[in-house]
Design a protein. Structure first.
Length: 155
C-alpha cells in the first residue's frame, strides 16, 4: 500500500512517500475505504513537529491524518448499510494512506471528494463543541446520532 510515512519528529521534509506499507486488516464490523482525498489539519503538523509529544506521542513509523473521503472497497460481514462502490466520508487515523479501515462513516453522495474530507473535520469539531456546552458526550454521541439518523453507520 502507498502512504506518506513519518519516521521521526520534524518539519515536512521528514515525511516520506512509501509504496510498501502493510495494508490495514479488516474485521467483521468495519469498512475498507480507498482514499480519494485526505485533509491536512493543524493537529497533523503539531504531531509531526513533536509539539504535542507529551500528550500525544507518536510511535514510529507513523502515518498522520484524521479525515478521509473515498470509495468503499470492501465491507465486513456485519456491515449492513454500505456496499463496495459507495462514496463515503469518515474520521479515521492514518489517513495519509491509500486504504483506511473505519467503524463509522457517512454517505458522501451530496459532496465532492474535496468537500467530503473537510466535512469530516467539521463533524468532529461540532461534536466537541456540543460536548463542551453539555449537549453530548465526547465519545461521538452526536456523530453516532447523525449516522443512525441517516442509516449510514457501519455497525
Amino acid at each position: 500500500m502507498k502512504a506518506v510515512v513519518l519516521h521521526e519528529y520534524g518539519g515536512p521534509e521528514k515525511l516520506r512517500f512509501e509504496d510498501n506499507v502493510p495494508e490495514p486488516q479488516m474485521s467483521g464490523g468495519t469498512v475498507v475505504i480507498a482514499t480519494a482525498v485526505a485533509s491536512v489539519n493543524p493537529i497533523d503538523w503539531k504531531l509531526r513537529s513533536g509539539m504535542r509529544q507529551k500528550d500525544s506521542p507518536l510511535s514510529f513509523p507513523a502515518i498522520l491524518g484524521r479525515d478521509v473521503s473515498g470509495v468503499v472497497r470492501a465491507v465486513g460481514a456485519n456491515v449492513k448499510h454500505f456496499k463496495a462502490g459507495d462514496r463515503v466520508l469518515a474520521l479515521s487515523n492514518a489517513t495519509y494512506a491509500e486504504l483506511q479501515i473505519v467503524t463509522c462513516a457517512i454517505s458522501a453522495d451530496h459532496f465532492t471528494e474535496q468537500k467530503s474530507a473537510a466535512v469530516a473535520q467539521l463533524w468532529r469539531e461540532s461534536a466537541e463543541l456540543m460536548a463542551t456546552i453539555g449537549l453530548c458526550n465526547r465519545r461521538g454521541t452526536l456523530g453516532n446520532r447523525i449516522a443512525r439518523k441517516h442509516r449510514d453507520a457501519v455497525r
